[in-house]
Design a protein around this ligand. Structure first.
Ligand code: ISE
Length: 348
């Protein structure tokens, strides 16, 4: 659009944020304060108290109780879904049918069957509309490690040691969530780093932490094997108390690389070296979330996506299914995948 004095006015992308819980509220603040070229135009949230809290941080936004009403009111140009995975499909299907670009938080859906339905809806729309929020791919250290692996500079990648530690989990968190809510990040990022699909999953149990919530059998050790025969060990530990840690050590033929060490000020005092640890994924991955959303906004302007696709979401869901069976049976379970549709072949 050109103004009278010929200055160019760029239109801001109007984003509807669906779900104003922990993650959604964080994304609203992020878009309003740190993302260039976008604004939150709608909060889609059935709970009034949550919606009002989010509206307090998004001056241009209107409140809708469901996605259908927001679509009918033409309230947005794009959708960011930040509800838990089991609520994604009923939002994704109408948003895809309306031709809206979507950034959907992980996991795309709770299982492979639902993920395939979403993939089919996207193919039927004729356009890649869905990007999945595996934000670790946008973390600078993960990106650097992927480049190091691809360069073969330190020889072939032999294995990965991944440590995923949460200070605590909410009461609603249960055993299966260790795999579909938490390990799903490693399932995606191990494939991303090794550039090879997950072939099998096996789950072992560490000695149970007496501080874990009742009913939770953890920490667990998950073994992910890729088709390229890279073995990844994943310590999934959600009751560490002291802070939030996500670290990966890569073992090469001629070297070791380590990412995720605590950064920032180190204090030497009274015979100790003290560095502050993150308290939550909101700060540990803040820069990655910013980069993910900024790049998505730019991609939407060009009518594309810039990150993991719905097909990547499906591949993760299929490997998660193997992981859930491995958790239940104690055996090594092979992941099963459908053939990649030609629609996604030329895509990232
Ligand atoms: C949570 O849903 C996340 O996605 C966090 O990144 C992860 O660390 C945590 O374990 C999950 O519950």
């Amino acid at each position: 659009m050109a103004t009278a004095n010929n200055a160019t006015v760029t239109k801001e992308l109007r984003i509807a944020v669906v779900g104003a819980g922990l993650m959604g509220a964080d994304h609203v603040i992020r878009i309003e304060n740190r993302i260039v070229g976008a604004t939150v135009s709608a909060i889609v949230e059935p709970d009034e108290a949550r919606a009002q809290a989010a509206l307090g941080t998004a001056p241009n936004a209107a409140w809708y109780k469901n996605i259908e009403d927001a679509i009918a009111a033409d309230a947005m140009d794009a959708v960011l879904i930040a509800t838990p995975g089991q609520f994604h499909e009923p939002v994704l299907i109408p948003a895809i049918a309306a031709g809206l670009p979507i950034l959907c938080e992980k996991p795309l859906a709770p299982d492979a069957e639902i993920s395939l339905r979403i993939v089919e809806a996207e193919i039927a729309s004729g356009k890649q509309l869905v990007q999945v929020g595996f934000m670790r791919r946008f973390d600078a250290e993960y990106a650097a490690l992927r480049e190091l692996i691809a360069s073969q500079d330190k020889g072939e990648l032999l294995g990965l040691h991944c440590k995923h530690r949460n200070p605590s989990v909410p009461d609603s968190y249960h055993n299966d969530m260790l795999i579909f809510d938490s390990v799903v990040h490693e399932i995606d990022v191990v494939r991303f780093l090794a550039d090879s699909p997950i072939k099998s999953v096996e789950v072992k149990h560490f000695k149970r932490n007496s501080k874990s919530p009742a009913g939770l059998q953890e920490p667990i050790l998950v073994l992910l094997e890729t088709e390229s025969e890279v073995l990844a060990t994943v310590e999934m530990n959600v009751s560490v108390g002291f802070g939030y840690q996500v670290k990966t050590e890569a073992v090469f033929e001629s070297g070791i690389a380590d990412i995720g060490r605590a950064a920032g000020m180190e204090i030497a005092y009274d015979g100790q070296l003290i560095t502050q640890e993150h308290a939550s994924f909101k700060t540990r991955f803040a820069a990655a979330y910013d980069a993910q959303i900024q790049r998505w906004v730019r991609a939407v302007e060009k009518g594309t996506i810039d990150g993991p696709s719905a097909w990547d979401g499906y591949l993760a869901a299929a490997a998660v299914e193997a992981g859930l069976e491995a958790l239940k049976t104690g055996t090594k379970v092979q992941a099963k995948y459908q053939a990649k549709p030609s629609f996604y072949k030329s895509a990232n």
